[in-house]
Design a protein around this ligand. Structure first.
Ligand code: ATP
Length: 451
């Protein structure tokens, strides 16, 4: 496993003689980037993950009149009538697109949408994002019903500076996920440079995330991707301490590598959610019918043996007579879950303990809910954590939330803008925290080294 830090440490100036690598070029749009970033609380304390060239490192003359292939993550959820039910991903792509538009680039915008099985399917056409994109950008966005070939070439030739052309779903070609060389070359055919802003797919070596970088120089990070790296890699690799991690969700097995990494790096790791009971069982405690992964009990025990005090487990739990909103519920001490009952949330004492632990934390990373928050009766622990994170952010702590469910809980609580950083990539953020190299990041140009 190569640590992502390693990627950043390898400064590869000699890789190209392109003018992008000369010091004066890198005076940059960095100020533009900072300006285009939302005012995020605690940002000033983040250790920036230096290493990869970002679109904000480029100057106007690097972009004006140039055709830029942008890989964004426009994989928005749609209802049966093809309405976008959550436009977060479109909104997240806007800062990079605005920066490129303002600097006179001609933009080819590509993405995947859904999981088409074998070729084009109407319900996965990317044209569906065009009206909302146009609205948010304040310009008329064009689209074409292919992502490679003559039609794309024709429409690209018609682009004027500052115009955007949405290409068709790259996953209509099976070559995309196979990272096929010819397909990647065709995708890159009309572009001069590449901007990867799709953090959610950066852990996959696909043609539109990794393959095209072989044909386009420079290939740089978009503002969203850079922000994810700044927070997740920067803050986790070199956190302001105390650094507290909260890991929850259903299963130990899905997050074991993350837990191990965080136990090495954080000052405290608070375990919540369903995975608590595998730990409790490993300590010989009564867990009733709570979720337990029998094959992970030994592993949980070995982690507690090795990291002891660093691991914090709930002291009380809300138990239910059945897995249902209308179940009978009560709060019991951890280990006292009666037979036939299951733990579905952390209890009030545990919430208090977590709040006390977070009170002086300077960096907090949270992934996975504290209970079955989808049911109101078992949502208190999760929402209390969300609220506490918002409060400590206000006081200057850096707070980072990742994982689809914990992010949903924060948004549901209306606290999204009170957290320093909400990660847009589930799998990618976990792999980055684990210290894995993300192919879509590794393939990007390194920052030049200044003498
Ligand atoms: P995602 O995997 O979507 O990125 P996440 O990382 O935030 O989300 P998961 O590990 O997937 O979280 O776990 C979330 C699920 O865990 C929720 O559906 C929640 O109901 C469930 N969960 C939380 N606590 C318990 C519990 N005590 N018993 C059973 N299920 C639980």
């Amino acid at each position: 496993m190569t640590a992502c830090r390693g990627v950043f440490a390898t400064q590869n100036v000699g890789a190209s003689s392109s003018s992008f690598f000369q010091a004066p070029q890198v005076q940059s749009l960095r100020s533009a980037r900072m300006a285009s970033r939302p005012a995020v609380r605690g940002l000033r304390q983040v250790t920036k993950a230096e290493g990869k060239l970002s679109v904000s490192d480029l100057k106007k003359e690097d972009l004006e009149g140039k055709t830029v292939l942008v890989r964004a993550d426009l994989n928005v959820p749609l209802d049966k009538e093809q309405n976008i039910t959550d436009d977060t991903r479109i909104r997240a792509a806007i800062p990079t697109l605005k920066l490129l538009i303002e600097n006179g680039a001609k933009i080819q915008l590509c993405s995947h949408l859904g999981r088409p099985k074998d070729g084009p399917e109407d319900k996965f056409r990317l044209g569906v994002v065009v009206p909302r994109l146009s609205e948010l950008l304040g310009v008329t966005v064009k689209s074409v019903d292919d992502c490679v070939g003559d039609k794309v070439a024709e429409e690209t030739d018609k682009l004027e500076n500052g115009q955007v052309l949405v290409l068709e779903n790259v996953r209509f070609y099976k070559e995309e996920t196979k990272n096929d060389t010819v397909f990647a070359k065709n995708l890159a055919a009309k572009a001069d440079l590449f901007v990867n802003d799709a953090f959610g797919t950066a852990h996959r070596a696909h043609a539109s995330t990794e393959g095209v970088t072989r044909y386009l120089r420079p290939s740089v990070a978009g503002l969203l991707l850079q922000k994810e790296l700044d927070y997740l890699d920067g803050a986790v690799s070199n956190p302001k301490r105390p650094f507290v991690a909260i890991v929850g969700g259903s299963k130990v097995s899905s997050k074991i590598d993350v837990i191990k990494t965080l136990l090495e790096k954080a000052d405290k790791v608070i375990i919540v959610g369903g995975m608590v009971f595998t730990f409790d069982k490993s300590a010989g405690k009564g867990v009733g019918s709570s979720l337990v992964e029998e094959d992970k009990v030994d592993l949980a025990k070995s982690l507690v043996d090795e990291f002891g005090d660093k691991i914090m487990l709930p002291t009380d739990v809300v138990v239910a007579s059945k897995f249902a909103e209308d179940a009978e519920t009560k709060t019991v001490k951890s280990g006292d879950v009666p037979d036939g009952w299951m733990g579905l949330d952390i209890g009030p004492d545990s919430v208090k303990l977590i709040q006390d632990t977070l009170a002086d934390a300077q960096t907090v990373l949270w992934n996975g809910p504290a209970g079955v928050f989808e049911m109101e009766a078992f949502s208190k622990g999760t929402f209390a954590i969300a609220k506490t994170l918002a409060e400590i952010t206000e006081k200057g702590a850096i707070t980072i939330v990742g994982g689809g469910d914990s992010v949903a809980a924060v948004e549901q609580a209306g606290l999204g803008d009170k957290i320093s950083h909400i990660s847009t990539g589930g799998g990618a953020s976990l792999e980055l925290i684990e210290g894995k190299t993300l192919p879509g990041v590794a393939a990007l140009e390194n920052q030049p080294v200044h003498a």
